[in-house]
Design a protein around this ligand. Structure first.
Ligand code: UD1
Length: 335
């Protein structure tokens, strides 16, 4: 089976490409390299012994997307490519709406035109906002997005829903909780071109002396006062994509548009993340307490029973393993 992976040189994309290649899929990556490096292709080849086909294109360019889709035979598409920095999306909302939504519409329209009707879409637990109940399941109401970025994920799901309603098309949206960590070879990992915004890369950068960690708020209604998230190993996230794309291609889906949470089901606080890092890495991670970050949800973690039951998928790697791999990656980057 030949899979088109958009954003395949990015963080979750590259880990998914490795899993696809290791499991006998052929892969064709398209990426505009706006937040990743072409060197990732060599790393993928080192890990898997295979180099995926690659085109540097911008998915907002309809003609470029058509050039790739029209001359290849794809069985399914995994669509990762998107901007994902929350703060940046507040400063440049149109840039986010244009990039994340025009690219999605081009992918939908052109894949349909050329008869590829299986799409896996990267969504986010941010669609739940501050959930009314925990662990949050897929039936929980969608809350008003706190950022344009989050809104592009909500609107993206709605666009897919409406498109499927009027077309013979199938899709699965995977709502990621907080993907962290890196491949155990330390050849691929999270490589933000700008300063990271996410907790785990900031912890590892702080421990290695390249950054300074502030804990955003310790007055939340949680046991230690800091926010709680469901941190999931990126390799577990990647593996779920294989199951999802295979489910679509082989018609095992139960409805044309399915949505699954991808989390571990466990919640960990910011202070627990720091303590776990210090334990597994054996080095200190100094931090200061800072005011709350605007737009942060107090606590969110997943009910994963739907994905467990329907996809036969379960997160297998522990929080400790994920943090250990993130530290190994940081050391590799600075080695
Ligand atoms: C964020 C986005 C989410 C997106 C995800 C992936 C928000 C509100 N949500 O998730 O939509 O899908 O990234 O990119 O931004 N923290 C600190 N100090 C830091 C950084 C983070 O204390 O320097 C805390 C945060 O307050 C939060 C936790 O660590 O409680 C996790 O933060 P982060 O890794 O940025 O992820 P989310 O905010 O959960």
């Amino acid at each position: 089976m030949n899979i088109l992976v958009t954003g395949g040189t990015g963080y979750i994309g590259s880990h998914t490409v490795v899993e696809l290649l290791n499991n006998g899929f052929d892969v064709h990556i398209v990426d505009n390299l706006s937040n990743s490096s072409v060197d990732v292709l060599d790393s993928i080849e080192k890990i898997t012994g295979k180099k995926p086909a690659f085109n540097k294109i911008d998915l907002c360019n309809y003609g470029d997307v058509e050039n790739v889709i029209s001359i290849n035979r794809f069985d399914g598409i995994i669509h990762f490519a998107a901007y994902k920095a929350v703060g940046e999306s507040v400063e440049h909302p149109l840039m986010y709406y244009k990039n994340n939504l025009v690219s999605l519409m081009n992918v939908l329209e052109l894949s349909d035109k050329y008869g590829i009707r299986n799409l896996v879409f990267s969504s986010s637990c941010s669609v739940y906002g501050e959930p009314d109940y925990l662990p949050v399941d897929e039936l929980a109401p969608i809350k008003k997005a706190v950022s344009p970025y989050g809104n592009t994920k909500q609107i993206g799901e709605e666009i897919i829903h409406d498109f499927i309603h009027s077309n013979k098309y199938k899709a699965i949206a995977l709502r990621y909780f907080n993907p962290i960590g890196a491949h155990d070879t330390a050849l691929i990992g999270e490589l933000p071109i700008n300063k990271p915004n996410n907790l785990i890369p900031i912890i590892t950068q702080t421990a290695i002396g390249k950054n300074k960690l502030s804990v955003f708020g310790n007055d939340y209604h949680t046991p230690d006062g800091t926010c709680i998230r469901d941190y999931i190993h990126v390799v577990d996230v990647a593996k779920a994509h294989l199951v999802a794309v295979d489910r679509l291609i082989n018609g095992k889906n139960k409805s044309p548009f399915e949505i699954f949470n991808l989390g571990t089901g466990n919640g960990n606080s910011v202070l627990e993340a720091i303590q776990t890092f210090e334990k597994v890495a054996g080095v200190p991670c100094p931090y200061i307490l800072a005011p709350r970050r605007e737009g942060d949800v107090e606590k969110v973690f997943a009910d994963t029973s739907l994905a467990n039951r329907e996809l036969g998928w379960k997160a297998e790697l522990s929080f400790e393993e994920a943090i250990r791999s993130a530290w190994k990656w940081e050391q590799h980057l600075n080695g």
